[in-house]
Ligand binder design. Structure first.
Ligand code: NAD
Ligand code: DAU
Length: 340
């Protein structure tokens, strides 16, 4: 099987590449934006045995000519589209690239799928498309209410993929996962930012009252679910993928500090995210009824993740300079100044 993994140099994509390359011919198409990092794939590229099953193309999923070239040269059977602009805070600062990649990019991949015969197309969506879970956990049939530019752009890609199944009968499946954590996550995101700031002795900027809730899933559980869905999922369907670990941000922050034996005074309550979704929660009965369930205990997974960041300082220190520090100043200086 030849599988095209777009965004394969990012956080989740690189874990998925590592999983699939053991039994499939893996082709990665990645633009290598600030979030893409070939270091995430170093072990695979350097493994003589695995590297024979792995090919990397640097490029944009919005580039139709390039996508066609990859599809025809590599004879792709399955597409898994991870490529996206993914950080909510960056989408609030500037949404243009989110519209390009998360909507137009999906369109280009879908059009290419009409021209070349594919067996499956998995569109990686997100639980953010549902908006805040005020009451029960969301089911796949609940209506979408995306409430920040990132979530809205992902909802566009999600519904466009569905439309191509409905209209052209392309073999499309959509997944909506909850918050991932694990090794190789970019330090702009909450868990790696708090771990690395704590290691560096910097303040931990907790938005608002810190009582927002997120349902955390280990990235390897998420990748196992996608692999399972390729085999067992039904075309035209949406599958929620949640970890079943709903935590308030303040509690996750305190847990990180306790594992690192750091003072809880390092947490600083800062100005809240604009339009901050209060709670995400997923009902995963549909996927579980097919036989999938998450395996990794949250506290154990988070301890291992913290250890990974302690042991891989070089990986994140290379990221936490240059462009990142400029972003950090724009994103956080006024928040620390304005506090709550
Ligand atoms: P990430 O930001 O770590 O990686 C995104 C990757 O996509 C990077 O390698 C980047 O270079 C690449 N990319 C961006 N624009 C591109 C373009 N135009 N063409 C080709 N490549 C491009 O993201 P992630 O956290 O690994 O998320 C992967 C996918 O999973 C995204 O679609 C995201 O919406 C979805 N998702 C993420 C989470 C989460 O908690 N991280 C949860 C649910 C769903
Ligand atoms: O739910 C799935 C989504 O999870 C994915 O679709 C997104 O790509 C991914 O980035 C993530 O979005 P969140 O906005 O939930 O994740 P983030 O890590 O940015 O923030 C998690 C929570 O922590 C959120 O309530 C905001 C809060 N936070 C975040 C940062 C970066 C802080 O309190 N301080 C921070 O500095």
């Amino acid at each position: 099987m030849a599988i095209l993994i777009t965004g394969g140099a990012g956080f989740i994509g690189s874990h998925f590449v590592r999983r699939m390359v053991k039994h499939s011919h893996v082709v990665v198409l990645d633009k290598l934006t600030y979030a893409g990092n070939l270091e995430n794939l170093r072990d695979i590229r350097e493994d003589r045995e695995l590297s024979g099953y792995f090919k990397f193309y640097k490029g944009d999923i919005c580039n139709q000519e390039l996508v066609d070239h990859v599809m025809s040269t590599e004879k792709i059977d399955v597409i898994v589209n991870f490529a996206a602009e993914t950080h909510v805070d960056r989408s609030i600062l500037s949404a243009g690239t989110f519209i390009d990649t998360d909507i137009k990019g999906v369109f280009v991949l879908l059009e290419a799928s009409r021209r070349y015969t594919i067996k499956k197309f998995i569109q990686i969506s997100t639980d953010e498309v549902y908006g805040t879970a005020f009451h029960d956990a969301f089911k796949e049939t609940d209506s979408l209410n995306p409430s920040n530019p990132y979530a809205a752009s992902k909802a566009g890609g999600d519904r466009l993929a569905f439309a191509y199944w409905n209209t052209y009968k392309l073999p499309i499946i959509i997944t909506r996962a909850s918050n991932n954590y694990g090794p190789y996550q970019h330090p702009e995101k909450f868990i790696p930012l708090f771990i690395t700031n704590a290691i560096e002795g910097l303040k931990l900027p907790l938005y608002g009252d810190g009582r927002q809730e997120r349902d955390w899933i280990h990235v390897e559980d998420h990748c196992a679910a996608i692999d399972f869905i390729i085999e067992n999922g039904k075309e035209g369907e949406v599958y929620n993928i949640g970890g079943g670990n709903e935590k308030q941000n303040i509690d996750t922050a305190l847990f990180i500090l306790s594992v690192l034996a750091k003072d809880k005074g390092m947490i600083e309550s800062v100005k809240d995210r604009e339009g901050h979704d209060r709670r995400y929660a997923l009902d995963c009965t549909k996927l579980k009824s097919l036989g999938w369930k998450p395996q990794i205990d949250f506290e154990e997974g988070l301890r291992d993740t913290i250890k990974w960041y302690e042991e891989n300082e070089q990986w994140w220190k290379q990221i936490k300079n240059g462009e990142f520090m400029k972003y950090y100043e724009i994103q956080y200086n006024h928040r620390f100044a304005g506090k709550n």
